[in-house]
Design a protein around this ligand. Structure first.
Ligand SMILES: C[S@@+](CC[C@H](N)C(=O)[O-])C[C@H]1O[C@@H](n2cnc3c(N)ncnc32)[C@H](O)[C@@H]1O
Length: 180
């Protein structure tokens, strides 16, 4: 059922939704490997879609942590609203405006499923710079993609970028871990 909802949104706007199906549990598990849930006070998720990763994060986070999610698609946001958890804040707005909602707070982890290669150059550059600016020292930006198209740009912005890969997703995906 979830998959059908996702496909429907993909058919309405493939460029923004960016994939035909939600991420697999294998990909989500790879995304959270570097997250130290004991230490994390503020986690941001960009492009949560139907919230598979959102729910996983909430399961692992401690009770004092906050999870702020930014999803541009109102239908996906309606689904996210069904998650009943006081630690979760849902913003139905573009991730590009992230800073306006953080009220000066810095973030421990940014996890993102945004389709970076579908953004125009200016928007992608603004987004990556915005993410960099909201990270605390020693924070990590974790981004999955289906290609290596954004690798050079990520390397030009972050001090260190490592790449993981999983075949167990449709399509197979790269996971970037970006450190300042
Ligand atoms: C590839 S899907 C990933 C969905 C989900 N994270 C997953 O892994 O199944 C990309 C998501 O990013 C959202 N999105 C695209 N552009 C966005 C933007 N500028 N701001 C916030 N969300 C955006 C889409 O609506 C979609 O939910």
């Amino acid at each position: 059922m979830e998959k059908l909802k996702f496909i429907k949104e993909f058919l309405k706007n493939w460029r923004v939704v960016g994939s035909v199906t939600p991420s697999s549990r294998f990909l989500m598990n790879k995304m959270i490997v570097p997250v130290n849930f004991e230490r994390a006070k503020i986690i941001v998720e960009l492009g949560p879609g139907l919230g598979g990763l959102t729910k996983k994060l909430l399961t692992r986070m401690n009770q004092e942590s906050k999870l702020l999610v930014f999803e541009i698609n109102p239908d996906f946001c309606r689904e996210l609203e069904k998650i009943n958890d006081a630690r979760l804040q849902i913003f139905n707005t573009s991730a590009l405006g992230l800073t306006d909602y953080l009220k000066g707070e810095k973030v421990d982890y940014v996890l993102s499923g945004l389709p970076l290669t579908n953004f125009d150059d200016e928007a992608r550059s603004t987004l990556l710079q915005t993410v960099k600016n909201v990270l605390r020292p020693a924070a990590i930006y974790i981004q999955f993609q289906y290609s290596l198209g954004a690798y050079k740009e990520l390397q030009s912005i972050f001090n260190r970028v490592s790449i993981k890969f999983t075949l167990l997703n449709i399509p197979p995906a790269f996971v970037y871990q970006c450190y300042d």
